[in-house]
Ligand binder design. Sequence first.
Ligand code: TRP
Ligand code: SF4
Length: 330
Amino acid sequence: MTGKKRVVSGMRTTGKLHLGHHHGVLTNWLKLQDDYDCYFFAADWHALTSEYQDPAIVKESTRDIFIDWLSVGIDPEKATLFIQSEIKEHAELHLLLSMITPLPWLLRNPTYKDSQSDEGQGGDDATYGFLGYPVLQAADIIIYKANLVPIGVDQLPHVELTREITRRFNHLYGDTFPVPEPILTELSKVTGLDGRKMSKSYNNAILLSDDETELKKKVSSMVTDVQRARRKDPGDPEKCNLFPLHPLYSNKAEIDEICAACPKAEIGCVDCKKILLKNLIAGLAPVHEKQRYYRDNDKLLDEIIANGNAQARAITRETMLEVRKAVKLG
Ligand code: TRP
Ligand code: SF4
């Protein structure tokens, strides 16, 4: 591990993973695990900030998400995979960081501010835990003395806050943590069935675990090029909601053919969808096979999680000894 920069990232456990995760975050994690000392975790405490009224989904998704990670090739031999709530030191550091985090920093955090506006959920999100979300995220990151944090652009304000909190800690108690840098994950071009961002909350996602029947239903319901109302209208793959999936699943000949035929109305969306469906089913088959393997091997999954948790704990224990000394509690 020596010499490698350390990477930390988490994923909230609020449901099963979809193709947006697969071709955005996970593709990126797959590259990072080869070159860096990676810590990837299931952020179940963060999930509770939104799911506290119906928390069963959090635990259920944690296992599903681990299975999905492993099934796309995230490798426990290369990266440390663990569950946030199993590493209690995150909570202790969160508490200590909350002492030094000025309230205005949190009140102006866009995630919090927007949720309190008219369009936001208002009351439901007005909890102490939700306001402190970025403080917990800061603890998650710096407890591993991370150098790099891969995130989507929506998470940038949170990592910026992590950096500010880290500087403040170092200033008050002496240099303890590196100030981590964000790495922006390129946005996935894959959008949802309805053309909006693929998201569980919009109910427009193709899940990594969808079976053939489900895939068929979803692909046929997918919005394509909205300008193309009739079969004889020319289409434009550039403006088509479905097309970005082709480069991920179809071969070059098929893609060339679609790009040539669609603008001349020589192929209809129904046939184009058929090609995609066939390739999607074939492309996801190895993932589905691994999902079945891990689902049928509860013990193996338990072992992978327990090992990752133990590796993570070994580091956080050390860090907290140092932190307690720094704040004169140790
Ligand atoms: N807030 C992140 C998200 O919603 C998840 C997260 C929690 C995270 N802790 C983190 C990401 C630490 C990176 C590093 O996507
Ligand atoms: Fe999109 Fe294919 Fe229809 Fe063209 S033919 S608009 S690429 S679904």
